[in-house]
Design a binder for this molecule. Structure first.
Ligand code: B12
Ligand code: SF4
Length: 676
């Protein structure tokens, strides 16, 4: 039985590879799963050998040492076959690895599969020995069996190869999978997992700079998408016509998904979060309702999913809100109906986005959106529509990113851009990007400014019209970074957390701990003994002079902007010297009010900064958690699997369903100055 090594580039989630690995294991083979470069490793700038022009905007560098580590790993494990999962963004890395492996391990066939291979099979087969297009759960098992037995690959549907005469043999369409329940669960074992990144081999561990963390797993309940956006592989002419993927939406049974989730919960200590990676999770209302009921009873972990503006409906949210839904990611791309309709082939409008966002917001859920940028087909009026949308979207929401538009080979979008005479730069075999223009960065910053701030439309207008800011990117660059810093804390290398949400969570946590009887008794005792132990009041000082006053004159506002953001004198000078901003004082007034909202703890009435307040909360919680009665209490609680709490102090202890509602009470109950 052959040993098969899968390689993914810049990805450690690779649901596809995990399922293929399970398929091969079930057929009796051994597998390795290798992340070649971690997801957030494409920022290394001194990589050798240099690769073609960067796709991600930064060099996707691979070092000789990393290639050597890969070969050493494959040799050590006596691997018989290598399978590369190729996405178009990183097809240049797949090419480089393949070239290198052909030289270093000529006896090992290198098989390509994945999205890029499926979209561009004729090009893919030029690069390597064997390719498998489309969904390969069936074909790969057949393929490896044939290779093991030394049989011809002729007739294995979806597989292309070169025969003894060097001619390319194309075995037609892959079989389509009708019943996804027949597939095995993805392989989440770590004993066969390796990451190679930053010149190091990381065996059998999850590294911190990928999408997968110890507490998060990804699950797909369906395949396919009913939409056909022009920049997505579902919208590509190639995929729609080259017989690669079955484009119909297929969904697993609720039973099958719940079984996978239970399996994950049992095999993943510390698991707290599920990311559902279906293209559009909110489809098939009956399925969602049944799933939600089962999920809340049998799984109960927090989760997030992707939605589409038009499929964000009450029926889905009513069901999902009850069972752990934490976040929603909604593709927005642009606020311009014209761009959506004419260029991106999206059947969604600005109104649809606003309706969807308002609905999500009415459930108290934070949502995340993504936008597209660097599109030469986008015009000033389109950008302005997006800014307007950002102003109108209900808070809180987060822009995950303004993603650089990639023009893939033969895509309608690519042909259209070329037809309209826009110059595009090829950055790898199958990708082109628009050469950078100052306006791209300017508008990206404007989207963030509108989303992060609390601007009126009159207040944002002068920023959009300001020639000084358009010519000097540094000013908005620094301001936006500072505003993001004010809004978020980085909780791990790939995640940011909204400070307001973090504060609310801690306040709730603190209130819960404080509300329990043993703590109340303990605190009372401590206070009675004059041993005040949480020092808050003395630190509730004015952090921002004048922050409780209305926005002031232009010059004093400029000063406040710098106090709150810490931007450099030079960046500040662009704002200060802008005649447009000076002539329209509402712009700076709105900015200052926006910054205050980001900077100060909400509703405190006192100008304590959020950072300071967070530190206080963290300290207080740490102290309480460290105290003997609380430790005991938490320990007791953790022995219960459900969310009941033990009421102490009654002598025998009694488990209660609901926590005392202390959340409404102020957290500053340990005010040092109140001590008797
Ligand atoms: C979940 C997801 C992510 C997750 C996890 C990544 C992952 N690959 O699992 C995250 C958020 C990290 C992510 C990031 C990115 N993603 Co993404 N992502 C997806 C999504 C929605 C699902 C992936 C999935 O699990 N599919 C289901 C599995 C079963 O299908 P599969 O992976 O294609 O695998 C099957 C076949 O392709 C084949 N196969 C796959 N590998 C191999 C290998 C061999 C040897 C063989 C024989 C067969 C084979 O068999 C598999 C089983 O049937 C897809 C859309 C989609 N439906 O695929 C986009 C998609 C893959 N992402 C895409 C993009 C652009 C990205 C990013 C570049 C975005 C960015 N700007 O950063 C990064 C790149 C990450 C990377 N290095 O791959 C594009 C890729 C387009 C392209 N032409 O390559 C897709 C197709 C979406 C789109 N808009 O078109 N993504
Ligand atoms: S909705 Fe999402 S997955 Fe579907 S075609 Fe559009 S971008 Fe692709």
């Amino acid at each position: 039985m052959g040993k098969f090594a899968f390689i993914a580039t810049y990805d450690n989630a690779f649901n596809g590879i995990r399922i293929l690995s399970s398929c091969l294991k079930n057929a009796g083979h051994e597998t390795l799963m290798i992340t070649f470069k971690n997801q957030f490793d494409y920022t290394i700038s001194d990589a050798e050998p240099g690769l073609p022009d960067p796709v991600m905007g930064t060099p996707t560098g691979v070092t000789q040492r990393e290639l050597d580590l890969l070969v050493e790993l494959l040799v050590e494990h006596k691997v018989d076959y290598v399978g590369l999962s190729v996405v178009t963004h990183f097809c240049q890395v797949a090419q480089l690895v393949t070239k290198h492996l052909r030289k270093a391990l000529p006896q090992v066939p290198v098989i390509w599969g994945g999205i890029d291979t499926t979209m561009f099979p004729k090009r893919a087969i030029e690069q390597t020995d064997i390719i498998a297009i489309g969904e390969c759960e069936l074909s790969l098992v057949e393929l490896v069996a044939a290779l093991d037995a030394g049989r011809s690959l002729e007739g294995i549907e979806g597989v292309w190869f070169r025969n003894a005469n060097g001619e390319i043999v194309r075995n037609g369409r892959p079989k389509t999978l009708k019943n996804l329940d027949e597939l095995p669960f993805p392989d989440w074992s770590w004993d066969n997992y390796y990451a190679i990144s930053r010149n190091t081999l990381y065996p059998n561990i999850i590294t911190s700079d990928g999408f997968i963390t110890p507490w998060r797993r990804v699950v797909m309940t369906s395949r396919g998408c009913p939409f056909a956006c022009a920049y997505c592989f579902h919208g590509s002419h190639a995929v729609r016509n080259n017989e690669g993927f079955d484009e119909s939406v297929r969904r697993r049974s609720v039973d099958n998904v719940i079984a996978e989730l239970k399996y994950l919960r049992e095999t993943t200590p510390g698991l707290t979060y599920i990311s559902f990676f279906d293209e559009v999770f909110t489809l098939m209302p009956k399925w969602i309702v049944e799933f939600s009921e089962r999920y809340s009873k049998e799984i109960g972990l927090d989760f997030s999913y992707y939605t589409y503006p038009k499929t964000t409906k009450k029926v889905y949210l009513d069901a999902l809100i009850k069972c752990g839904m934490q976040d929603v990611v909604m593709g927005v791309q642009t606020g311009s109906d014209k761009l959506n309709r004419d260029i991106y082939n999206r059947t969604t409008s600005k109104k649809n986005v606003l309706d969807a966002a308002e609905l999500i917001n009415s459930y108290g859920i934070e949502y995340h959106i993504d936008l597209l940028g660097e599109c030469p087909l986008e015009q000033e009026e389109d950008y302005r529509e997006t800014v307007d949308l950002m102003l109108r979207l209900p808070r809180p929401f987060n822009i995950i990113g303004v993603y650089k538009l990639h023009f893939y080979r033969d895509y309608h979008l690519t042909l259209e851009a070329q037809k309209q005479g826009h110059e595009l730069t090829q950055v790898n075999e199958n990708t082109w990007v628009a050469p950078s223009r100052p306006e791209y960065k300017f508008w990206e910053n404007m989207f963030y400014l509108a989303a992060l701030g609390r601007f009126t439309s009159q207040g944002i207008e002068p920023f959009m019209n300001c020639g000084v800011l358009r010519e000097n990117q540094q000013a908005l660059d620094e301001l936006v970074v500072a505003m993001q810093r004010l809004q978020y804390i980085i909780v791990e290398s790939v995640e940011k957390k909204r400070k307001d949400r973090y504060i609310a969570e801690m306040e709730g946590d603190l209130a819960k701990i404080c509300g329990v009887l043993p703590v109340r008794l303990w605190v009372g005792l401590k206070n009675a003994l004059h041993g005040g132990w949480i020092d808050t009041a003395s630190r509730l000082q004015d952090a921002v002079p004048g922050a409780d006053q209305p926005a002031g004159s232009f010059d004093s506002n400029i000063k406040q902007v710098q106090e709150m953001t810490g931007i450099s004198d030079q960046a500040l000078s662009f704002f200060a010297n802008s005649k447009t901003l000076r002539d329209n004082p509402v712009a700076l007034e709105d900015l200052v009010l926006s910054l205050r909202a980001l900077y100060c703890a909400p509703g405190s009435g006192e100008a304590i900064t959020k950072d300071e307040y967070i530190r206080l909360l963290e300290t207080n919680i740490a102290k309480l958690r460290g105290s003997r009665p609380v430790k005991w209490y938490i320990d007791q609680r953790s022995r219960k699997t459900d969310d009941k709490w033990l009421v102490g102090g009654t002598g025998k202890g009694e488990w209660i369903e609901d926590l005392p509602d202390m959340a409404a009470q102020p957290t500053r109950m340990y005010d040092d100055t109140n001590r008797p």
